[in-house]
Design a protein around this ligand. Structure first.
Ligand SMILES: NC(=O)c1ccc[n+]([C@@H]2O[C@H](COP(=O)([O-])OP(=O)(O)OC[C@H]3O[C@@H](n4cnc5c(N)ncnc54)[C@H](OP(=O)(O)O)[C@@H]3O)[C@@H](O)[C@H]2O)c1
Length: 259
């Protein structure tokens, strides 16, 4: 018999403390909303105070906060985590989501854009994951989800450096899952396909782009931020307690057409 109380208990994040980087819009906002709706107390990070406030206003329950932090500033990341530990009893869930993309082929990539994407998407992520990993190792529990991309599994020619950072993050996830497994800490990645968020606003506003793109997607549509937010929330929680070092591809079947 279907037992709804069992499902509720399995998915509940009641009393858990979660941190989401890049929580001010798009997928990070949707992840924060989903985590809060399942009972977690969520801290969102980003650079823009007003969009962070907009996310905060959407979160169910109490105890949420926003911290202005540029993850490419490694000293700011260090300061955030030491302050976080002073003010919170635990870090149960960490979602590394902040990233950006500049479209260019490898041969065309601008040096400043290369540095920018590596600093934010990779070095900032590694710094955050080092801190989150150390805290969770000490606690002997925790769950980490890293936002990767289908471009971290199958490189796209005009997203060359972005792809490089996401491929690298896939390696980071596997290394961290190996080292933290014995401490009861799970580390997984989520690789979305094309999702309707501000990161794609320019491309999706181009005449006919969306329609043309959807032809390559098996489900024939673009995904929503909520579809990724809910999935990441489930992946972070107890329903996937025996999964670590894995990549969950949520792309409407886009990869089926690329291989
Ligand atoms: N949308 C897609 O189609 C898609 C597909 C595959 C993977 N992804 C991945 O999913 C994640 C979220 O993407 P999205 O589509 O939601 O992008 P988005 O709408 O552009 O949001 C990116 C978030 O990252 C934050 N951010 C960017 N640089 C930052 C920095 N230096 N320090 C702190 N926060 C920073 C932004 O906040 P501030 O501006 O406030 O700093 C924003 O909240 C990314 O890792 C992306 O690579 C997205």
């Amino acid at each position: 018999m279907f037992d709804i109380d069992y499902v509720r208990a399995l998915c509940s994040l009641e009393g858990q403390h979660a941190v989401v980087t890049g929580g001010s819009q798009g997928i990070g906002r949707a992840i924060a909303c989903s985590l809060a709706s399942f009972g977690a107390r969520v801290t969102i990070l980003g650079r823009n105070p007003s969009t962070l406030d907009e996310t905060l206003a959407l979160l169910d329950g109490e105890g949420h906060e926003r911290v202005v932090c540029d993850v490419s500033d490694l000293a700011a990341v260090d300061a955030f985590f030491s302050d976080y530990q002073r003010r919170h009893p635990a870090l149960d869930i960490f979602v590394n989501n902040a990233a950006y993309s500049v479209h260019a082929t490898l041969e065309e990539a601008d040096r400043a854009d290369i540095d920018g994407m590596v600093d934010t998407n990779l070095k900032g992520a590694i710094a955050c994951l080092q801190h989150a990993g150390k805290i969770m190792k000490r606690q002997q529990r925790g769950s980490i989800v890293v936002l990767s991309s289908v471009n971290g599994l199958n490189s796209h020619p005009t997203q060359a450096i972005y792809s490089v950072t996401k491929f690298a993050l896939e390696g980071v996830v596997k290394a961290l899952a190996s080292s933290l497994g014995p401490y009861n800490v799970r580390v997984n990645s989520c690789a979305p396909g094309a999702i309707d968020t501000p990161i794609n606003a320019e491309a999706f506003s181009r005449e006919g782009f969306k329609e043309e793109f959807c032809k390559k997607v098996s489900l024939k549509r673009i995904g929503s931020a909520k579809e990724i937010g809910d999935a990441v929330c489930m992946l972070a929680g107890g329903a996937f307690a025996y999964m670590t070092g894995a990549t969950v591809v949520i792309d409407g079947g886009l990869m089926l057409k690329q291989v």
